[in-house]
Design a protein around this ligand. Structure first.
Ligand SMILES: *Cc1c(COP(=O)(O)O)cnc(C)c1O
Length: 390
């Protein structure tokens, strides 16, 4: 057994990031400045996105997009229950009503059919989440949106680098929000990026910085001016150059990180494919999966322990795990406010009870990967239900 605990998702930070942060600290510019501008340009180029706006979180990106689109009280926004609180809380923040559409059982991504069924005259937007890094069925969702005159805001917190038919997530022109939280595929500690149409992002830039008129971020620079006008009550969502210093290098390393993530997923798939105790993650045709998460499902009636006990057994073997996600309609605020029952979204509810995420990150050594595999195999040996042969 391992001597040390294997954390679920530690960051992988190198000397390059450290030196760039130190360089920023030694400069005269700590907040939004030249490094943030460079990170935005590099990021947009990497994705072939029409434009990019660096912010202090993905949540800020989603919120800014909703505000800029003018979505508010009386409006409905359709999203998935199988997501993190942020994707849904932002809908509440603007005073709109979150309406859930259940997920598909293979990818656990929002179902286009269920979106269609959830549309009412009040629906204004859809927030699809590229769950675990597997792209949603964007073409189908896009046609539903066009037919019904709806906006799409993509939650791409897990989806860098992911693509559909070679087009990267973030390049669609829809407002698309990425997360650089400490556990994500690319981190700046905390941080986020909103990609989309440059004209739309110009407005978002104002909304995300106090509602101050253009280029107010530079008002203390040589070319800056003390004059500014507040055109609306905006937010304080800008990224700092300290964060961007980390991001610039993380982005350069992303292809190598991705290669390692893919190797680890292959090792897991190879090891578990002949075990009928699990449902393994799938990758549909014509997509590139960002492999942010490796969600394993423990099938019912195969083991004499449930998911919670499985997690506990892994913890005893020094393996960190997580669950993505506790469906949003089960959280007390949403359950109480909208009177949701667990079975209102039966696929999300049922799959949640089987879900656990194994460690998947580029810091893992081959030994770490084999420790995870051996621990899973060991637990299965110990807890499989032995059936009499007829
Ligand atoms: C992490 C996450 C977010 C929030 O990202 P922040 O950068 O922490 O705001 C939003 N949506 C999903 C699906 C996430 O996993």
């Amino acid at each position: 057994m391992r001597k040390t605990f294997l954390p679920f998702s530690p960051p992988l930070i190198g000397e390059e990031e450290i030196n760039e942060v130190v360089d920023t600290l030694r400069s005269n510019w700590l907040t939004t400045g030249p490094k943030t501008r460079q990170f935005e340009t590099d990021f947009a180029n990497f994705l072939s996105a029409p434009g990019a706006l660096a912010l202090n979180s993905c949540t800020a990106g989603l919120h800014t997009a909703l505000v800029t689109l003018g979505i508010g009280p009386g409006d409905e926004v359709i999203t998935t229950p199988m997501t993190f609180a942020a994707s849904v809380n932002v809908i509440e923040h603007v005073g709109a009503r979150p309406v859930f559409a259940d997920v598909e059982s293979d990818t656990l991504n929002i179902s286009p059919e269920k979106i269609e069924a959830a549309i009412t005259p009040k629906t204004k937007a859809i927030i699809p989440v590229h769950y675990s890094g597997h792209p949603v069925k964007l073409d189908e969702i896009q046609s539903i949106a066009e037919e019904n005159n709806l906006h799409i805001i993509e939650d791409a917190a897990h989806a860098i680098p992911a693509s559909i038919n070679g087009t990267k997530i973030g390049a669609s022109g829809n407002p698309t929000a990425f997360s650089f939280y400490a556990t994500k595929n690319l981190t700046t500690g905390e941080g986020g990026m909103l990609t989309g149409d440059p004209g739309f992002l110009d407005e978002c830039r104002i909304v995300s910085l106090h509602g101050m008129s253009r280029e107010a971020w530079n008002r203390y620079g040589k070319k800056g001016t003390w004059k500014y006008d507040v055109v609306r009550p905006g937010f304080k969502y800008n990224m700092t150059d300290i964060q961007a210093a980390i991001g610039i290098w993380q982005l350069k390393k992303l292809p190598a990180f991705q290669k390692r993530r893919t190797e680890i997923v292959s090792a897991y798939q190879q090891a578990f494919k002949n075990m009928d105790h699990f449902q393994l993650p799938v990758t549909l045709k014509n997509v590139e999966h960002a492999h942010h998460l490796y969600p394993l499902r423990i099938l019912p009636n195969q083991l004499n322990i449930d998911r919670d006990q499985f997690i506990e057994e892994l913890r005893e073997r020094q393996i960190g795990t997580s669950v993505h996600f506790i469906p949003m309609h089960l959280h007390s605020y949403y359950q109480d406010k909208y009177q949701h029952q667990p079975n209102d979204f039966p696929v999300a509810f049922e799959q949640y009870q089987q879900l656990l995420s194994l460690p998947l990150n580029p810091k893992m050594t081959d030994e770490d990967v084999s420790d995870v595999i051996q621990s899973v195999e060991d637990i299965v040996r110990k807890h499989k239900i032995r059936r009499a042969v007829a």
